[in-house]
Design a protein around this ligand. Structure first.
Ligand code: NAP
Ligand code: NAG
Ligand code: NAG
Ligand code: NAG
Ligand code: NAG
Length: 328
């Protein structure tokens, strides 16, 4: 922007996907930026009463009232200046979002920030928005929205940030990292965010479908038969083999470290419900393609065998289709 006061004015942020994760980041960003949320199912309640956030880190009963719009067209027309950032926190369903957010993305200007799970999720944005900087992130933050407008956040909060592609020398990843930190969040900048994405997807490929398919928390699954934990480890090791084929090496100890995040909770029997288990219970669509399908595609492309991942992919897809019947 070239207006004389642009250096002192706050960045303008649009949130697409005002659910669990998105609302916490919008709340943080509201301290340092001008924020607007695109709301869908929670539009009426948020427009009227705002969000309530109960967070083990940021505090309880926080009332937060951002500007809300129904869609990106309304966002664009209600704003006289372009958005500096559009933060995408919807669930990942491939090839749907770029068209939907397009009205709010100014070419050569708006930075697109993806705060979402999965692997290989960025390319459709590069294709749709070739002149816009793209930031890829990995988030560790247990949070749920229930009922609409009420957000419950646990005691972990970490955003890992990098440019996409990793070879890009755009200043935006560093800039966004600083922005989150200035808002009181925890953000870390990485030259190669894909390494971090693979490390996280090792967890997600294993725990999400396994818990959804077995209707079990992670701890309940591990306690369900003597070798259940070994099975989870074997799934994780298959994902690590795929990561290695793409130049991201994880040792058996690294993988064990990811598994131990759940194993340490066996003693207390405090299992967690991964998002796909929550989705099945609530009749929502699961991120099967972004998390499991894309790993399998990448495995195939490099000739890496992963029979366990393939098995849970087909089972999870069938479960998803059963819970959410598809057209045609
Ligand atoms: N929640 C966690 O603990 C957690 C932790 C780490 C990573 N993640 C990842 O973070 C991402 C976001 O997850 P989440 O748990 O925050 O999901 P979520 O609670 O379901 O929030 C997603 C939001 O996006 C909205 N949305 C989707 N499509 C839309 C559209 N076309 N127009 C307007 N709004 C739309 C949804 O609206 P509706 O209500 O109308 O559907 C919902 O409010 C996922 O990739 C997830 O895997 C989540
Ligand atoms: C966007 O929301 C407005 C209301 O603010 C509505 O009139 C319009 O039809 C919506 N557009 C789309 C594409 O849904
Ligand atoms: C974006 O910027 C490039 C170079 O900076 C320029 O060539 C191009 O015309 C611009 N595109 C748009 C849509 O403004
Ligand atoms: C980086 O962020 C600051 C503060 O938000 C902003 O003033 C500056 O223009 C940003 N830099 C770029 C390259 O966008
Ligand atoms: C369970 O693990 C033990 C120890 O590795 C092994 O001897 C046994 O055959 C396994 N059982 C099954 C059913 O996989």
């Amino acid at each position: 922007m070239s207006s004389p006061d642009s250096s002192t004015s706050k960045p303008r942020v649009l949130l697409f996907g005002a659910g669990s994760i998105g609302t916490v980041y919008l709340y943080l960003l509201s301290k340092v930026a001008t924020v607007t949320a695109v709301c869908r199912s929670n539009y009426d309640v948020v427009k009227e009463k705002g969000f309530i956030i109960n967070s083990a880190i940021f505090g309880d009963d926080i009332h937060f009232q951002p500007a809300v719009v129904r869609n990106c067209t309304e966002a664009a027309t209600s704003s006289s200046e372009p958005f500096d950032y559009i933060v995408v926190c919807s669930k990942v369903f491939p090839n749907t979002i770029p068209d939907i957010i397009k009205p709010a993305v100014t070419p050569n200007h708006t930075t697109i920030v993806l705060i979402q799970n999965g692997i290989g999720i960025e390319d459709e944005y590069v294709e749709a928005f070739p002149t816009n900087p793209i930031i890829s992130t990995v988030v560790y933050m247990p949070v749920a929205q229930r009922p609409a407008g009420v957000i419950t956040h646990g005691d972990i909060e970490l955003l890992e940030v990098g440019n996409y592609p990793s070879t890009s020398n755009s200043p935006q990843a560093a800039n966004f990292t600083k922005l989150i930190e200035s808002a009181g969040g925890t953000a870390k900048l990485y030259d190669d965010i894909q390494f971090k994405r693979w490390f996280k997807v090792i967890l997600n490929v294993a725990w999400n479908p396994v818990c959804a398919l077995s209707l079990s928390t992670d701890v309940d699954f591990m306690l369900s038969s003597p070798n259940a934990t070994d099975f989870v480890l074997d799934v994780m090791l298959e994902v690590a083999d795929v990561a290695a084929a793409y130049g991201h090496q994880f040792s058996k100890e690294d993988v064990q470290f990811q598994l131990d995040r759940a194993k340490v909770r066996i003693q207390s029997k405090k299992g967690i419900e991964p998002s796909m288990l929550q989705d099945v219970k609530e009749g929502r669509k699961m991120e099967v393609e972004a998390i499991v399908g894309n790993v399998l595609k990448k495995a195939k492309a490099k000739g890496v065998r992963c029979d366990r991942v393939a098995t849970i992919y087909f089972l999870a897809n069938a479960l998803d289709a059963h819970v959410n019947p598809r057209d045609s």
